[in-house]
Design a protein around this ligand. Structure first.
Ligand code: COA
Length: 415
């Protein structure tokens, strides 16, 4: 079956997580992604967090599926010549080097345009233009600088980073969208363009409900759905909201049967207003249906923690799956806290290709997360990540280099 991005060639100069997430998505959508790595070393994640000595790490393999790998010293004059051919050959160059690295290599925007005016140059950087534009940035720095850490955690604790890689993978997703939009625009303009996704911007975009709350707080001095209301204090900045829901329907994480021993025996429970009557019936508090202190969402706001404690007394008599099944019979929104162990074993995720088992020549079988975007006419087949330089000969031959030229480059350690 044809793929959405068949025929699109990506010069993949990415490393670590943010850029590779982006190019992996494009590869899953059908693009030919040629990952350029330094000979002898490669993407640093090949050797980070290794679980098998000498074998590409899961960190690397899980971020580089469906790509081809070539080795090339991009600072060597002969390597630069090969890179120039690649720039002419490809549609998009994606990079997430530290600021200025591509320019220092000699591949400025102007130079790339001379070589290939149709080329789209897509970059992840830590920050956009401004005081921090020259800084190197990793995931957690972005979470902190983008507003996530200050709004995550509990009121009486320090700022917290989240497990979801919103700085790296989140920004990779933003960049991928920018790239496909630029490819679409190029169909009418014939021109490439620069696409920038800054990690701070990406995290802030994902935290936009907190900027909403900042302005609500500035206007009213209080946010009634936050756990600080009505007994705690609000300062001038949006506080950490614990497990309070970010939307208009209050929610909280509550214990289920077995919580004493199982750290994930919990359920996210939402006291959605339209099903308040059903909630009261299920937990055995029918009197709350008409009690003026509980009957309306506004009346419940100052009593939310008590409401959740009462629901919890009920959920503690059931496993999270039993509670979920029963609540869903009444259309009451809720969700179990699922561990990675449970997700890895979940048959429905295997059936949809969201969790996939891949075979790797060095490490054997391992699990990965497949393409979360499902398309009816562009199905994703998850292929293993390439070994370092596995496709150097193949790609250089496609670029028109002869076998003897390739042998010379190899002898001179350019590839
Ligand atoms: N041939 C020759 N040189 C190469 C090369 C190749 N194939 N690939 C990379 N290099 C060089 C670069 O040109 C750069 O050289 P320079 O510093 O002399 O200009 C050097 O390798 C190191 O690149 P750099 O990006 O600075 O790596 P780093 O390990 O020092 O920093 C990051 C890593 C992630 C902090 C940094 O790349 C960064 O801030 N990136 C942008 C934000 C980002 O994506 N962060 C999230 C990462 S998950």
């Amino acid at each position: 079956m044809a793929k959405a991005l068949d025929g699109v060639r990506i010069l993949d100069f990415t490393h670590v997580q943010s850029g590779p997430t982006c190019t992996q998505l494009l590869a899953w959508l059908g693009a030919d992604v040629i990952k350029v790595e330094r000979a002898g070393a490669g993407d640093i994640t090949r050797e980070q967090l290794r679980d098998i000595p000498g074998v590409d790490s899961l960190y690397f393999t899980m971020l580089n599926h469906n790509k081809r790998s070539i080795t090339l010293d991009a600072k060597n004059p002969k390597g630069k010549q090969v890179l120039e051919r690649l720039v002419k050959h490809c549609d998009v160059l994606v990079e997430n080097f530290a600021p200025g690295a591509l320019d220092r290599m000699g591949f400025t925007w102007e130079r790339i345009q001379q070589l290939n005016p149709r080329m789209i140059v897509a970059s992840v950087k830590g920050f956009g233009p401004g005081p921090y534009q020259d800084c190197k940035v990793y995931e957690n720095v972005a979470q902190c600088a983008g507003g996530s850490a200050s709004t995550t955690g509990f009121d009486d604790g320090p700022p917290l980073v989240t497990g979801a890689q919103i700085g790296d993978s989140g920004t990779g997703l933003h960049l991928a969208l920018g790239i496909v939009a630029a490819l679409y625009q190029r169909m009418s303009t014939g021109r490439g363009q620069k696409v920038l996704a800054a990690m701070q911007d990406g995290v802030l975009n994902l935290c936009r409900v907190k900027l909403r709350d900042q302005q609500r707080l500035a206007r009213t001095g209080v946010m009634q759905e936050y756990p600080q209301y009505p007994h705690g204090q609000f300062g001038s900045a949006v506080p950490r909201a614990g497990n309070a829901s970010g939307g208009g329907q209050p929610g909280w994480i509550i214990k289920c049967k077995g919580w004493e021993k199982d750290p994930n025996a919990y359920l996210y429970f939402i006291a959605q207003a339209p099903v308040w009557k059903e909630i009261c019936k299920v937990i055995g508090k029918e009197e709350w249906i008409t009690d003026p202190d509980y009957a309306t969402p506004d009346a419940r706001l100052p009593r939310l923690l008590q409401v959740f404690a009462t629901v919890e007394a009920w959920t503690m008599t059931k496993t999270k799956f039993e509670a979920m099944a029963e609540l869903n019979q009444h259309d009451i929104p809720c969700g179990p806290i699922l561990s990675m162990e449970e997700l890895a074993a979940e048959p429905s995720l295997r059936a949809t290709g969201t969790v996939v088992e891949v075979d790797h020549p060095q490490r054997g079988k391992y699990l990965t997360v497949g393409n979360p975007i499902k398309m009816s006419d562009s199905l994703t087949e998850v292929m293993r990540s390439p070994l370092l330089g596995e496709h150097t000969q193949e790609v250089l031959t496609e670029l028109g280099l002869s076998d003897s030229e390739i042998r010379t480059l190899r002898a001179e350690k350019v590839i």
